[in-house]
Design a protein around this ligand. Structure first.
Ligand code: THG
Length: 380
């Protein structure tokens, strides 16, 4: 596999920052929402992890595509898409929301932004929510306009991110609370900046707008990247990407990896975002109620396991009980240099999901090693 390349084409979309990412020495890409996502630069995942814990990084997360829902029925449609009640959601807020189908199967776990009473952005994980939203709107005769807007998120993550962002956008940056956003000026354009990001470090996401319409014949996205890059020098900035060690330690889930449409939100520990007793209607409500009544058969847990440092290679590790019943699979796992143990996420059968339960992990070469079930996020 090692030397096989991905054949690039128009279907694998570049971003406003791809030229910059390449100049910074990107070594790997993956594809999310039909768009390039950098997966690594010159450093190892572990070096990147320590850097992210101490300094600040710039991440091209443009593949977190937005589905814009605008119009008189926008709120109705968004509410129909999620079990989480958005009744009391205020403009300027971000909500993490499960999106489920008619069987209560997870079809995405995006971040929802409320831009106005009739305008929402759904910042999606890796599945085609634009089509789902259009289908629901058509089927329900809703008066809405649904597009993928000219918006490409750029994340600034790490403990030095606040100082860096203040140096560029002013003291008001400090007033943005976690999972809220405000609007800032960049070279005469309005840009949405949220305090959020796919890491457990402090950080911001700039929902960069202005790639498709050129501004004064300057590539505005590249200008934004350069501006952050130059100001970041004194904070030891480096190019980065969602870090697997940090993500797993934080218990942040990845759609398509840790869960799919075959899982319901309760199995994914998203109970607190399921207000099915609220009086709002949403797709999958009856199915979800039934599942809650019957109880779930498995859920996502953390596992700490022994053995030599584990580095993922695309293959899943089987998890067994001490009596050799198969009880799960590690869907994301890696060696944690802080815990000095291997850590992983796994859907685990009910009889074995108690914290402290001993389990057995089977390595790729069929060796059995000891593991134990833990809470998420992982205990420090
Ligand atoms: N940022 C934005 N869009 C995204 C992601 C992101 N889209 C795809 C993907 N990531 C969606 N998945 C997640 C998963 C977890 C979180 C955000 C997006 C997250 N969760 C916090 C937690 O679990 O602690 C907070 C949740 C809350 O309090 O509501 O940050 O990263 N723009």
């Amino acid at each position: 596999m090692e030397n096989i390349k991905l054949n690039m084409s128009r279907r694998i979309r570049r971003t406003p920052f791809t030229n910059k990412v390449e100049k910074c020495g990107v070594s790997d890409f993956t594809v999310v929402n039909h768009m390039l996502l950098p997966k690594g630069y010159r450093n190892s995942v572990e070096e990147d992890y320590w850097h992210l814990n101490k300094y600040v990084q710039i991440w091209d997360v443009s593949c977190q595509r937005q589905v814009q829902i605008f119009g008189p029925d926008a709120e109705k449609l968004v509410q129909k898409m999620t079990p989480r009640s958005i009744k009391n959601m205020e403009t300027g807020k971000c909500f993490y929301i499960p999106i489920i189908d008619e069987n209560a199967g997870m079809i995405n776990d995006p971040v929802l932004l409320k831009l106005d009473d009739d305008m929402f952005w759904i910042s999606i994980a890796d599945s085609d929510i634009l089509l789902w939203a259009k289908g629901l709107a058509l089927g329900s005769n809703f008066n809405v306009n649904i597009i993928e807007p000219d918006v490409y998120p750029l994340a600034v993550q790490g403990p030095k991110s606040e100082e860096l962002m203040v140096s560029l956008f002013g003291e008001d940056i400090k007033k943005i609370k976690f999972f809220n956003f405000k609007i800032f000026d960049f070279l005469g354009t309005k840009q949405i900046i949220a305090r959020s990001g796919y890491s457990k470090q402090d950080g911001f996401e700039i929902y960069f707008k202005g790639f498709e319409e050129h501004f004064d014949r300057i590539e505005l996205g590249e200008k934004l990247w350069d501006t952050i890059w130059e100001a970041g020098q004194k904070f030891n900035i480096s190019p980065g990407c969602p870090n697997l060690i940090d993500r797993i330690e934080a218990g942040l889930l990845s759609y398509g990896n840790d869960f799919t449409k075959d899982n319901n939100p309760l199995e994914c520990n998203l109970d607190r975002y399921c207000n099915e007793n609220d009086n709002h209607e949403f797709v999958g409500k009856e199915a979800l109620k039934k599942i809650k009544l019957q109880g779930i058969k498995q859920k996502i847990r953390g596992i700490i396991f022994e053995g030599e440092p584990y580095y993922p290679n695309g293959k899943l590790l089987n998890v067994f009980s001490e009596k050799n019943n198969k009880i799960g699979q590690i869907t994301s796992g890696i060696y944690s240099p802080s815990l000095k143990k291997n850590i992983g996420l796994s859907m685990i059968l009910k009889d074995y999901w108690d914290i402290g339960q001993n389990v057995v992990i089977e390595t790729i070469d069929k060796r059995k090693i000891k593991g134990v079930i833990t809470t998420l996020p992982f205990p420090k």
